[in-house]
Write a protein that binds this ligand. Sequence first.
Ligand SMILES: Nc1ncnc2c1ncn2[C@@H]1O[C@H](COP(=O)(O)OP(=O)(O)O)[C@@H](O)[C@H]1O
Ligand SMILES: [Mg+2]
Length: 276
Amino acid sequence: MGEEQGQGKKIVVVSASGGVGKTAVMVNLAAQLAQRNNSVTVVDADLSFGDTALALDLQPDDTIKEAAERKDIDNIQAYLMKHTSSVKLLPAPLRPEHAELISPDFLEAALNKISHGSDITLVDTQTGLTELNLRLLEAADQILVIGTPQMAVLKNTKLLLETLDLLGMKEKALLVINKFISPTAIRAEEISDLLGVETPVYLPRDDKQMDHSLDQGQPLVLNSPKLAFSAEASKLAEIIGFDTGQQQIKDKGRGILGRISLKGMKRRRMKNESIS
Ligand SMILES: Nc1ncnc2c1ncn2[C@@H]1O[C@H](COP(=O)(O)OP(=O)(O)O)[C@@H](O)[C@H]1O
Ligand SMILES: [Mg+2]
């Protein structure tokens, strides 16, 4: 379709568990992609409790809710707010009860329209595989799956990746393990084996700085570019900005279940803990 011409890349950020850092990673990625001269728009599709505006220190007046009420697809650009980094944002509704006023059809149409005017459109989501999220994932050129190195999160992330595989979307998924600390009870190669992804992107944990930056509404990569988190996030931006960012999937012979079991990892972890 001619209309599709000039459409930028759509990247949807998802996770199986909450609090893993979808919003934190996304705003930092957005700021870095903007620094590399991409026009970047963020769509906050966490329609009930979206906090991207807060993370960017923006105080929305109109949001996607007002745009949906007015069916204002043609003017959707007018609802975008601009951060000092030049990242633009379509904010989530201000109240959770307004979430249901935004239909999946409207959101998808808004996303398509916005991505015509942006090199990269990043979409933040509510945790989990909701119907809306599945719709967004289908529309995505790339899916950023965010997890953390905790047993329960890894278990759910594995299920999420399996589901993406079943839906034929695994090829466009890029796995990011956020809040990574090394040495840790669960080693990087164990995570890689378990999740069946050769080279996940690891983003380090930085409790003090990350919380502070989100509270200040300034992405960490802008205020503290020398931090380990910023350096690693920069590599992620490079992967996303310059190629399709595909990761190598581990030996598919045994399927995506990977070669080691959660139980085995748990046993090893307990052994390590009792030694130290
Ligand atoms: N790399 C990190 N290091 C330390 N804390 C982090 C990191 N990434 C996110 N956080 C913290 O984790 C919490 C949840 O992050 P958030 O982005 O809101 O998660 P989600 O959007 O997935 O629910 C926040 O307090 C945030 O500061
Ligand atoms: Mg969030």
